[in-house]
Design a binder for this molecule. Sequence first.
Ligand code: A3P
Length: 321
Amino acid sequence: GVQVQQPVAEEYHDIIATLPCRPSMHEYQGTWILDDWLPGRMAFRRRFEARAGDVVLASLPKCGTTWLKALAFATAARDRYDPSSSGGGERRHPLRRLNPHECVPFVEVVYNAGEEAKLDAAPSPRIISTHAPYSLLPASITQSSTCKIIYISREPKDMLISLWHFINKRCKPNIIPFSDIWNSIYNDAYPESPIREHILGYWNMSKIQSDRVLFLKYEDVLRDPIKNVEKIAEFIGQPFSDAEKEAGIIESIVKLCSLENLKALATNSTGNYQRLMKEVPSESFFRKGVVGDWANYVTPDMAERMDKFLAEKFHGSGFSF
Ligand code: A3P
């Protein structure tokens, strides 16, 4: 018969009630997770069954997740969907009619909606995404020799400015005080904190097992998108052939996934994208997409204090922003 999915929020309610908490977050196994995300995260950790060749995109919020989803999806699906075609109908590229978050869903969102059957039904290789730290990935992913993990990091001051804009798009007219967002780095209140563990978890694995974990930086992808798309393609085992390169397919992917292009599409400039308990305006995922926008919002003193704090935090790790 048809199995009715018990809503995950209800399923994990009793466990969550025992966890350390602060406003709108609980601490689950060492990570501060937004309440909206937590039940889906727990279900992901406990129930997800990796398949050979699955590709997992991971990030902290506001580090370029949307872009990575678009680039990885367009690259992996290039045989099915021509990135250079702007035609309509059957072969119309999914990124021209759907938000990148609909092309590559967050697993937390899928579980939260009780839609895990969709994960089972998806053809291999699947591309999924998560904001989970490495330590909270399901064992079936971390113990698989064939699952591929791509992480994207971003300079934290820009990440914070991005989050502030993103949240305020939804909270109007109750603007969140900027200091609350800025201080979230100092008091481990940024979603998925501590960010040191989040970043280094993936960074260290990318050093130990470079065939399983690819570590990207938002700034690098901005500087040289072509090179980074080539990296992604090679990493997921679908390198570009010489013929593809000559035909300009990498450039087509970069163009299709560019901020200007995605932002202008009707699917991304109007309407809402249903996520967890709330609807999020589709356009809120596409803003400025530059390096150093923080300088328009904070004083040099604030920036210097933050840089120093982060340098000390990451001291000796081999990682720098
Ligand atoms: P800004 O707010 O600094 O502009 P995430 O996708 O993880 O939520 O991150 C959002 C950030 O990525 C935003 O940064 C957004 O503008 C930027 N972004 C979204 N799509 C992009 C794209 N196609 N190319 C470059 N940056 C993009």
